[in-house]
Write a protein that binds this ligand. Structure first.
Ligand code: UDX
Ligand code: UDX
Length: 477
């Protein structure tokens, strides 16, 4: 019965974005009924798991789901039914980079969003507000609006853009206390009224002054720009890490000195083996493709350089490993600590660890991977999707890349270990014990700048760190 609820929300896509976002809306708005729908039955079953064994690992998320699930939060595959009863429908399906056809390798495929719009047009019997949550190329709302308007039932569909700025690993915190919420809509009276309705949902827990309303195109574009700027900071500092290694400067000292300038700010200046994740590369490629489409080649090249620098950083890291280990890793055991694209998530999309593992595999190394949250099948799935390599089609892969149950067994007998994800537990490992179990000389390659390098050198390790001078090479530090 719709009367018992102030509002009914449905979200298409129960992934990394749809799931946590709706769980938090349900928690903060007990009078709104929220249902997340997905085509994938297994995904929905996992969200409904009696033991809260959710499909994604995200700190604090099980508690939030526990609080609302069955009360005003539901997960379902009854797509038509849930769309029909909803007032507001979020589209939160994935929009991957196209792998073939026009714009292959750069353009985002909005096929899933269009399919959602078609389903909505087909099954709706009342007016709806449609909210683009997925990150989409600028002007996607036009396509969605046109598909919806083709319905012959005389229904009104208002399309809003409400991009998600949560980062994985901190999703619950980001959703509860966002820096801002952005809502874009048409500037017509109907569009403004629809935007106001969504503003009221967020105003249940977010101060009004942090809820920005803009036109549709600004909102769609702002999401791409926010990710491009963040990724650009990582690529900028990573470019400096290479200069540091060549000159004896220390990238951590530079980050601190530069970041303390209030105009620059300190966040997102941590040098690393490269950025990964489902968004940065995809969204920049999307921006590059958009610029090209509008004939803005210089703008396209400018942003493309952020990606090229990231590719360079990943390659530079694996090449350094090989060169320091006497130019050969063939037949050597190498431990990779951390496979997720950052800590506090099990997500491996575009993870830099995968590219390092691939390069080492091609050099003939035996790779032992330990990550507290990553499952072996997820590793293979992403490797197949992104590198076109899999145990079935790549001879020797299954034997060469194995997963270890803990860091100690990954490192036992290894010639080198590489920290590629900044998991907190790696900082407190017993490195004396690890050193004793490794082949000598024992190498450490710290791709995240998280270990105590002086201490490790005292134990006897040969340590190489992104953006830090090698003390043996620089006697004038
Ligand atoms: C999101 C956004 O939607 C994407 O645009 C943004 O750039 C990154 O974050 P994400 O939540 O990470 O994507 O995607 P994913 O975890 O793959 O979840 C998407 C879900 O949608 C999947 O569970 C999939 O089964 C579902 N889906 C996909 C549908 O229900 N219908 C479809 O037509 C397509
Ligand atoms: C990003 C955006 O931050 C978020 O606002 C958007 O909604 C989705 O995309 P996410 O991909 O989850 O979030 O992770 P983020 O924390 O941004 O990290 C991206 C990558 O950059 C990671 O691989 C991370 O390790 C790397 N990174 C980040 C660095 O190498 N150095 C830094 O200083 C910060």
């Amino acid at each position: 019965m719709s009367t018992e609820w102030d509002l009914q929300i449905c979200c298409m896509g129960a992934g990394y974005v749809g799931g946590p976002t709706m769980a938090v809306i349900a928690k903060m708005c007990p009078k709104i009924r929220v249902c997340v729908i997905d085509l994938n039955q297994a995904q929905v079953d996992a969200w409904n798991s009696p033991t809260f064994d959710l499909p994604i690992y995200e700190p604090g998320l099980p508690e939030v789901v526990k609080e609302s699930r069955g009360r005003n939060l539901f997960f379902s595959t009854s797509i038509n039914e849930e769309i029909a009863r909803a007032d507001i429908i979020f589209i939160s399906v994935n929009t991957p980079t196209k792998t073939q056809g026009i714009g292959a390798g750069r353009a985002a495929n909005i096929k899933n969003c269009e399919l959602c719009a078609r389903t909505i047009a087909e099954v709706s019997t009342t007016n709806k507000i449609i909210v683009e949550k997925s990150t989409v190329p600028v002007r996607t709302a036009t396509a969605i609006r046109r598909v919806l308007q083709c319905n012959d039932k005389g229904l009104q569909f208002d399309v809003l853009s409400n991009p998600e700025f949560l980062a994985e690993g901190t999703a619950v915190k980001d959703l509860l206390k966002p820096d801002r919420v952005l809502i874009g809509g048409s500037q017509s009276p109907e569009g403004l009224a629809a935007a106001e309705k969504l503003v009221k949902v967020y105003a249940n827990w977010i101060p009004r002054e942090q809820i920005l309303t803009t036109n549709l195109w600004s909102s769609e574009c702002a999401k791409l720009v926010a990710n491009a700027f963040l990724a650009q900071r990582v690529s900028s500092i990573n470019s400096i890490s290479a200069l540091c290694e060549a000159t004896g400067a220390d990238v951590c000292e530079i980050s601190r000195a530069v970041g303390m300038d209030a105009r620059i700010g300190s966040r997102f200046l941590q040098s690393s083996v490269g950025f990964g994740g489902s968004c940065f590369q995809k969204d920049i490629l999307n921006l590059v493709y958009l610029c090209e489409t509008y004939g803005l080649d210089e703008c396209a090249q400018y942003w493309n350089q952020v990606i090229l620098m990231n590719n360079y950083q990943k390659k530079r890291f694996s090449e350094k490993m090989v060169s320091k280990m006497f130019n050969t890793v063939t037949g050597k055991k190498v431990a990779i600590l951390g496979y997720a694209f950052k800590k506090d998530t099990g997500d491996v999309r575009e993870t830099p660890s995968m590219f390092v593992a691939r390069d080492l595999f091609e050099e003939g190394a035996k790779i032992h991977v330990y990550d507290p949250q990553v499952k072996r099948e997820d590793m293979w799935q992403e490797m197949e999707y992104t590198c076109n390599m899999s145990p079935a089609k790549t001879p020797g892969l299954d034997e060469a890349i194995v997963t270890a149950p803990d860091a100690y067994s990954a490192c036992s007998g290894a010639h080198a270990l590489a920290t590629l994800t900044e998991w907190d537990e790696f900082k407190t490992l017993d490195f004396e014990k690890i050193y004793k179990s490794m082949a000598k000389p024992a190498f450490i390659f710290d791709g995240r700048n998280i270990l105590d390098h002086d201490k490790l050198r005292k134990i006897g390790f040969e340590v190489h760190v992104i953006g830090k001078p090698d003390p043996a090479a620089f006697t004038d530090l």
